[in-house]
Structures are given as C-alpha cells and as structure tokens.
Design a protein around this ligand. Structure first.
Ligand SMILES: [Zn+2]
Ligand SMILES: [Zn+2]
Length: 346
C-alpha cells in the first residue's frame, strides 16, 4: 500500500509499505477514506518532535472504515465508519481515568499514531486500543465533516474548555490557522460577548469574517493589537486568551493582551523555547495552561457536528489523492495558495 513516511533529516517520502495486520486483541484495521496533513507533521519533518521515530508512517488526523477487529474490540465492527483519535489510549490508567489521555501510560498511549507508530497518511492503518480511539460517524455526517474530529477540532474544543470561558466574556484567539479556526468555533460554544481573532495573514482573517467565526479581526501588521483590545474591553484586556500561533511574538502577545487574573491557554506547538518575563508580569496574576490536546471528548464533538453546531468544512481549501501527497506537503509547508487544510483521498 501507498504511505507517507518520515525519513528523518527534514525528509518525508511516499513509499510502498506492507498492509498492517492485527498485533493485539484490542487493535482494529482501518481503511483510510480521507486523511490530512497537520502542522505537527511539519514539526516532525523539521526534527522538532523528539519522540518521533524515523521510518514511521505519518498521519494522525483521518477518517475511515473498520475492516477488521481484534477479539477484544467490543464497540466497533467491520463496516463501521469512524473518525480516528490523534491519541491511542488504554482508558484504564491513572491519567485515562481522569480524561488526561495525552499522558496515558500504556506503551502505545498518548500521541503515538503517525509519530511513534504507523499513522494514517496511508491506505490502511492499525489502531491500538480501538474501543477508546475510534468515534462512530453517524449517518448523515460526511467524511469531510468528520475529518478533523480527532485532532485539530479536539484541540480547539479542549482549549476552549481549558480557558474557562464564561458567558459574556471577551475571548482572544491568536492565530487563524487550522487550529486557531477550530478554537474560534469552539470558543463560540460558551456564549462569549466578543471573540477576537488575531493573525498576520489577511487572507485568513478574511476567512474568519466570511464564516462569521469572530466579532473582531486584528492584524498585528497594521494594528496595535494590545491597544485595540484595551479599547474594546474597558481598559482591562481579554478575559481569556488562547494562543494557537506558536511564534515568539504570539507567545508574548498572549500574556500582554490578557486582563489581570485571566486564563492564558497556550495550545500552539513551538519549535523553540519561550521566555516568561515574570518581573513584567508580576501582579497581573495570570493563570497559564499549556500543552497538547487531551482528545477525550470526540463523542460530544461528533454530536455537535451532526447537529450543525460545529462545521469545519470551510477549512478544507485543497483536495487531492494520496499519490500527490508530496506536492500537498510542499504547498502546506510553504503556506502557498492560501491553503488551510488538505483533504487527501487514499
Ligand atoms: Zn495534529
Ligand atoms: Zn491510559
């Protein structure tokens, strides 16, 4: 079968690989029907993900059809359409029981797919702990609607929950890339009085306005963002800030635009260490929350997709087939052609 493989040293390649087989009674084999490239794949390519293993098939955001299940898989059967969770997790350990599935202590636990074990930028993939890591796609929900359930939409959903958004809050989301857009949508679920979207790319802000995902859009290239947010919030700053851009400037902006006692939620993945200038922040009494998604709410997300309250189809700007994946990577990495997300058909 055809697969996109991480080769180390800044390289990914399209290769022929053997079909995956069941290795454990809790595994399922999935025929991938739609897959995509995530910015985390680019971080792996750049060598910025220390845990990534060379010669692993990439891909941790995809949907497909169950074709085979191990003897202990109870919730799924051949023929089921499923969205696949970025995390494979046991459901039984200390962290899993508390919903912190990113830190599952199982050998295959946490973000393993497309990083430490073969992922879904391929025609077929083996999913360990299938009962935990799959979400049934209901009739009436298309592959394109469900594609981002397990990763970027989960990240937006988790970030919005972490940010403790309350009704009538002013929420600022830095970054209007794929994760930022999902975060804007999920912030909206909490009834904020204003959502502010910040990005340096006007075409992305245009998409935000066109889709009605924010009340205010700000470009730091032509606006003093901190000043503008102070004006919009009675001189206080944003009640909650979600940083989904991942640069030094966006990290600094995140705590600068937050009001005292706000929650600053850093959900971006950085390629470099960042500095917290604590003397400058003293007395602002911020709460920082950081990290990678605990994708433990996929059932709720799927219900919100099914009833139309979450709709990420506007993120799919490009479509192609798996044999064209290298060109898709190039365009995605260079951010050419206003690409937000690819939908890639194996
Ligand atoms: Zn990802
Ligand atoms: Zn676990």
């Amino acid at each position: 079968m055809l697969a996109v493989v991480y080769k180390g040293n800044g390289r990914v390649a399209l290769e022929e690989r053997p079909m995956p087989v069941i290795q454990n009674d809790k595994d399922a084999i999935i025929r991938v029907t739609l897959t995509t490239i995530c910015s985390s794949d680019i971080h792996i390519k750049h060598g910025a993900v220390p845990r990534a293993v060379e010669n692993t098939i990439l891909g941790h955001e995809f949907v497909g059809e169950v074709i085979q299940t191990g003897n202990l898989v109870r919730r799924f059967k051949a023929g089921d359409r499923v969205a696949v969770n970025v995390e494979t997790f046991c459901g039984e350990c200390f962290y899993c029981k508390r919903g912190y599935v990113n830190n599952c202590t199982d050998p295959d636990g946490g973000w393993a797919l497309g990083c430490r074990i073969d992922g879904g930028q391929a025609e077929y993939v083996r999913i360990p702990h299938a009962d935990q890591g799959l979400t049934l796609i209901p009739e009436g929900v298309s592959d394109e609607q469900a594609l981002f359930t397990g990763d970027i939409l989960s990240t937006g959903y988790w970030g919005a929950e972490l940010a403790e958004i309350k009704p009538a809050d002013t929420v600022a989301v830095i970054g209007a890339g794929p994760t930022g857009l999902c975060t804007l949508m999920c912030a909206g679920l909490y009834g904020p009085s204003a959502v502010i979207s910040i990005d340096v790319d006007d075409s992305r802000l245009e998409l935000v306005r066109r889709e009605g995902l924010a009340d205010v859009t700000l470009n730091p290239g032509d606006t003093d963002v901190r000043q503008r947010i102070l004006e919009l919030t009675g001189g206080r700053g944003a009640d909650a800030v979600l940083e989904a851009a991942g640069s030094q400037e966006s990290f600094r902006m995140a705590w600068q635009i937050a009001r005292p006692n706000a929650v600053v939620c850093v959900i971006a993945m950085y390629e470099q260490a960042q500095t917290l200038p604590l003397p400058d922040m003293y007395g602002k009494n911020l709460v920082f929350k950081t990290g990678g998604v605990d994708a433990s709410h996929c059932e709720e997300i799927m219900r919100l997709i099914a009833c139309g309250k979450l709709d990420t189809r506007c993120l799919i700007t490009h479509r192609t087939s798996l044999d064209n994946a290298m060109e898709a990577y190039r365009i995605f990495e260079q951010k050419e052609d206003s690409v937000i997300k690819w939908a890639i058909k194996p």
